[in-house]
Design a protein around this ligand. Structure first.
Ligand SMILES: NC(=O)c1ccc[n+]([C@@H]2O[C@H](COP(=O)([O-])OP(=O)(O)OC[C@H]3O[C@@H](n4cnc5c(N)ncnc54)[C@H](OP(=O)(O)O)[C@@H]3O)[C@@H](O)[C@H]2O)c1
Length: 244
């Protein structure tokens, strides 16, 4: 899709990958970026950097009233970026159940609800002949779980499946659905993780470049690209590789 001149909304835009995606979209010429966050005070640096092109929006993706209010506020939208995420770590027997529920709420159910809420605005863009798209930030461990990512990986596997079904459902309506499947990224989420971590700015730049190139399945860092190659050759081999 053409990023230049487009209008995008990024959930969880106040920090981590979401903030970098918002900045990269602005750098690529987006006309407006709706920066969504639970606490809009945390968006101040992004709003300042945006030179009038960043519109803060209050959005808790797990709160139906908040999602409704945000969708009512956004009157024009070409690209919805479902980035907000939650990660609970632990093995399948020990991972915290409340955390597992939270991961499913944020990473899967909220993605479903938020997408439905913004769909009429995206459809209006498509009907007007503009490129309309959804970008879901998934994770490469949606394809097979790594040790200690059990419940998070399961929620991302659900997000992956939803991305696939949305792609099929929305294609006839002129809306392209992209999934990004990063490996480890150096953000607050992975702070306690002993793994290779890509720079969030580089990951965001590769994701936006892939969007511009109409790539629907995006592996934006070297680790995820290598794991995807294993998966596409033999899915069971990825399961064995990550389990090890
Ligand atoms: N870091 C990694 O290694 C990695 C790898 C693959 C995929 N990802 C995915 O990349 C995306 C961004 O993650 P990140 O690494 O940037 O994590 P992060 O630094 O922990 O940021 C998470 C973002 O999600 C927001 N968020 C969480 N719950 C929310 C809710 N209920 N409503 C609205 N916003 C909410 C947070 O807002 P608050 O500031 O209000 O908490 C924050 O902006 C996530 O989907 C994550 O699963 C991350």
């Amino acid at each position: 899709m053409q990023i230049h001149g487009s209008t995008a909304l990024v959930t969880g835009a106040n920090r981590g990958l979401g903030a970098q995606l918002a900045i990269t979209l602005l750098d690529a010429g987006a006309a407006t970026v709706y920066a969504a966050a639970r606490d809009t005070d945390t968006l101040r640096p992004l709003v300042q950097a945006g030179g009038g092109r960043v519109v803060p929006v209050t959005l808790d993706v797990t709160d139906p009233a908040s999602v409704r209010a945000a969708a009512a506020e956004v009157v024009d939208l070409d690209l919805l970026v479902n980035n907000a995420g939650s990660a609970t770590f632990g093995d399948p027997l020990g991972a915290d159940l409340a955390g597992a529920r939270s991961d499913l709420e944020v990473n899967y159910l909220a993605l479903l609800h938020t997408t439905r809420a913004f769909l009429p605005t995206l459809e209006a863009a498509a009907t007007a002949g503009r490129a309309a798209a959804i970008l879901n930030i998934v994770s490469v461990i949606a394809l097979a779980p790594a040790p200690h990512t059990t419940v998070y990986a399961a929620s991302k596997a659900a997000a992956h499946s939803l991305t696939q079904s949305l792609r099929a459902t929305l294609a006839p309506r002129g809306i392209v659905v992209h999934g990004a499947y990063p490996g480890g990224i150096d953000t607050d989420m992975s702070a306690g993780m002993n793994a290779v971590k890509a720079d969030a700015r580089v990951v965001a730049e590769r994701i936006v470049a892939a969007l511009a190139a109409d790539t629907t399945e995006i592996y934006p860092d070297d680790a995820s690209a290598a794991l995807a190659a294993i998966y596409h050759a033999d899915p069971r081999q990825l399961e064995r590789t990550l389990a090890g």
